[in-house]
Structure formats: structure tokens, C-alpha cells
Unconditional design. Sequence first.
Length: 128
Amino acid sequence: MFRFLTPETIKPPFARYSHGVEVPPGKRLVFCSGQVAIGADDRIPEDVEAQTELCFANIAAILGETGLGLRDIVRINAYVTDRAHLKGYMAARDRLVADPPPASTLMIVSGFARPEFKVEVEVVAAGD
């Protein structure tokens, strides 16, 4: 379905992601806004790994509205507020996304709209 691009002529990815993903003609694209770790009950987990899991759960719910799921993600943009959060974010992401992994960017930012948020994740998914 997708063609995962990791050319041998450039340095391999630093973590579990692909340098690029080709989406074949005729596939639908779904763009998800950045999701922060807040549940429908307004609870926000303290731990960055739990926050990441909730971000991806929210994304799964959005994709589910179109018949797609986390396996259909072709691109992730993620943001954390501290280098200390990289390990927890990557552990959750690596458990939740398909193999081969999508293209991905991870940035450290100064903060989000509310100080208790440690991570935000936005994705692009593609499917039939």
C-alpha cells in the first residue's frame, strides 16, 4: 500500500521512523489537528508516556470517524516540552504505530496552551 523511503545514500533514521512515505494514487488523506492529552472527562495524565497514549487514543478516535486507524498513519509531527520527555514519548509511539513506521518529526518546544501538557501529536493518515 505505502512505500516507505529510507535511501541507503543518506544516514539511517535516528529512531523508529521512516525518512519518507509515498502514498499511492487514489488514497484518501486525513489530516488530524494536534492532539494534547486531555480526556473527555477533562483529566490530564501526569506522566508523558500516558499523555502520549492519550494523544494517540484521541487520534484513533478521529481516524475512526473515517474508517481509518493508527495503522494508516503516514506522517507524525510531535512536540514535547523537555528533552526528558523524549524517551516516554518514543516508547508510547513505538508501541502504537505500525511497522514499518511512518515519517516523523519530533520537536522540543517551550510550552503549550496549558502548562500541564507535555506532548502534542498531529498526524496525516491515508487509506481507501
